[in-house]
Design a protein around this ligand. Structure first.
Ligand SMILES: [Zn+2]
Length: 627
């Protein structure tokens, strides 16, 4: 692990707007940049990227996502901290000392790096072969016959692997390092493993090549389709590597992400060519699983950016299993799953050809069914055309039993009642009946507990709830504005020689925790920025509050509420908080007097006079709060 100094060096050498801007379109607005937040379904640009003075952090005003450049990459690309650090160090041309990392860590990281480079080189190589007059001819004619446009060939970086056993091997040449990396990436195979012979050979031969990218568009693996109908298997994927995990990867997601977020819907299909055909026809919210049914990891990826997932598949037995799997996934993740069955023997590419292709595809999508409805129908079919009461009852029991088995009983809260209501509607029975049946089903089929209820933590975090209800809103605001100004101008107390208030002045739970982090740092003469805190504090609630308050501080400093007020922003917020504290103190004394029943009119009058003196200051805070 790199040390603090190195992490800071990398952070300082990194332009946050550039890094975020390479994933999200950003526009300058005032002192900030704004863009659509990639962490929730954002319709208006809710994410601000602040690079004011020494600050560099992002903050979504809608879902609350916030952090520094490391956190952005970790959450956006779903990578760990060392990876994000390496990525940024490389970008900035900084060589990290890795003296503190374990040899295994170093080995693993350098292996990932080498696989990455190997994949990059292979992508370029396959594209070159495709363009080659002779070696790329068959592949080009397949692309032509499938009517894949040039734009798609370029967007999806399609290429081709030449026939023969050593095309790539020769291209790599006599570089033992590169050969080793290509072996680790699964692009080359060792003969030793296959036949006990010497040397290596190309893993992908005579195939149309589809790079499989991670969310940032980096190739992490390849899929190859045969060019010669005699070859098999028809599709071949790279083996799983340090970078590539099939059940966690969706083909085309880096190109589909924005469209999925815009539509709120993700369409999931099977093959590379299905995905490409859809994108070409303008359906850009389409991704592909890599020959697996939808997994929990897929659902997790998609439920972050879509409300609805449409599974597009054949109506055969495999398709039915896929539907079942889809229902299971829906019960575990906050996403609606719909099922869309393709006409017999067709794939999306077939449907989309011809002048009416888009329309018939849209029709098909419109006819997609709720996965629960789809499964219910299937159960009804499975008991035959039996309209008798007992027949129908049997179907319902089977169905509920099945849902209980795959996890309905483990769904929590509102989501469960929504699902049960939907079931009652679908089956035309009362909610009570469903509950009774499900109760039985879950008892009879109690299985391992379902994973934690899938609630989006970003949306459900209400970091501004105050635990202490006796705290006045004026006091809360004064505490927050005070910290806000310190976050915006940590140098102000030193510059203006205003003593800092102490942590005890903060009553609001989370504000107090933030004060406990911030005030000592300023006292020690550090000038902590929001991103410093992100590097040093692990409590997300505090970090979210810090970025939120920075904006509050910005407003205090740059948009003074009263232009005739000669006080500096820090002076103003300090006095406002002190006024609140005095006020609270006086009220306490008053309350004390009342309860102790002491007959001391003089003292009570004193207190009342004191309260009157403070009146205007406290009233001013109330006014600010409303504006
Ligand atoms: Zn957001």
């Amino acid at each position: 692990m790199a040390d603090r100094v190195e992490i800071d060096r990398v952070r300082e050498a990194t332009n946050l707007v550039e890094v975020i801007g390479s994933h999200v379109a950003l526009e300058p607005k005032g002192r900030e940049h704004v863009g659509l937040c990639p962490f929730h379904d954002d319709n208006s640009p809710s994410m601000a990227v602040v690079t004011h003075k020494t600050q560099a952090f992002y903050k979504c005003h809608s879902c609350g996502a916030s952090g520094d450049v490391f956190k952005f990459l970790m959450n956006y690309l779903r990578i760990d901290f060392p990876e994000a650090l390496n990525m940024l160090a490389e970008r900035a041309g900084i060589t990290l000392s890795t003296r503190r990392s374990s040899p295994e860590d170093r080995e693993r990281r350098s292996m990932r790096e080498r696989i990455r480079n190997s994949n990059d080189a292979a992508t370029v190589y396959f594209q070159k072969v495709l363009a080659h007059p002779e070696h790329g001819r068959t592949a080009r004619s397949m692309i032509e016959s499938r009517e894949i446009s040039d734009a798609m060939v370029s967007d999806f970086q399609i290429g081709c692997a030449p026939s023969g056993w050593d095309g790539m091997l020769k291209a790599i040449g006599n570089r033992p390092d590169a050969v080793e990396s290509a072996l680790a990436a699964g692009l080359l195979r060792s003969r030793q493993e296959r036949s006990g012979g010497d040397g290596n050979y190309d893993y992908f031969r005579n195939r149309l090549m589809f790079p499989i990218c991670n969310e940032s568009g980096q190739p992490i693996a390849f899929g190859g389709r045969i060019l010669d109908p005699e070859d098999n298997p028809k599709y071949l994927n790279s083996p799983e590597t340090e970078l590539f995990n099939k059940s966690r990867t969706l083909y085309g997601l880096h190109l589909a992400r924005k469209a999925i977020m815009d539509a709120g819907t993700a369409i999931v299909t099977e093959g590379y060519t299905d995905v490409i055909a859809c994108h070409q026809a303008g359906f850009r919210n389409v991704v592909g699983t890599l020959g697996t049914a939808m997994t929990d990891e897929h659902a997790k990826l998609l439920s972050r950016i879509a409300d609805t997932v449409v599974l597009l598949f054949d109506g055969d037995e495999a398709g039915q299993r896929a539907a079942e799997r889809g229902a299971e996934v829906m019960l575990r993740h906050p996403v609606d799953v719909r099922v869309c069955i393709l006409p017999d023997g067709t794939d999306p590419a077939d449907l989309l050809t011809g002048s009416e292709g888009n329309e018939s595809f849209r029709d098909l999508l419109d006819r997609s069914e709720d996965v629960l409805h789809y499964m219910l129908q299937r159960f009804e079919r499975s008991i035959g055309k039996n309209d008798s009461m007992s027949g129908r009852q049997h179907a319902l029991e089977l169905f509920i039993g099945e849902l209980g088995r795959i996890g309905l009983a483990g769904v929590h809260g509102i989501r469960k009642s929504l699902l049960m209501n939907r079931l009652a509607d679908l089956m035309n029975v009362s909610l009570g009946t469903i509950e009774t049946m499900l109760g039985g089903a879950s008892d009879a089929h109690r299985t391992a507990p379902i994973g934690t209820p899938s609630i989006n933590p970003l949306v459900d975090t209400d970091i501004f709830t105050v635990s202490d209800r006796t705290l006045t809103r004026a006091r809360q605001l004064a505490e927050k504005e005070y910290l806000g100004v310190l976050l915006f101008e940590p140098e102000a107390p030193g510059r203006e020689a205003i003593p800092l208030l102490t942590q005890e002045c903060f009553l609001d739970g989370r504000t107090r925790l933030l004060a406990a982090e911030l005030l000592p740092r300023i006292n020690e003469g550090k000038l902590p920025t929001v991103q410093d805190l992100h590097g040093e504090v692990s409590d997300d609630n505090i970090l979210e509050l810090a970025s939120h308050l920075w904006f509050l501080g910005e407003r205090q400093v740059t948009e003074p509420t009263d232009e005739y007020d000669p006080r500096s922003p820090l002076q103003r917020v300090t006095e406002a908080l002190q006024a609140c504290m005095d006020h609270a103190h006086t009220e306490q004394r008053l309350a004390h007097h009342k309860t102790s029943q002491k007959d001391d009119p003089g003292a009570v009058l004193d207190i009342i006079q004191h309260l009157r003196d403070q009146g205007p200051r406290v009233a001013a805070i109330h006014r600010d709060e409303r504006s």
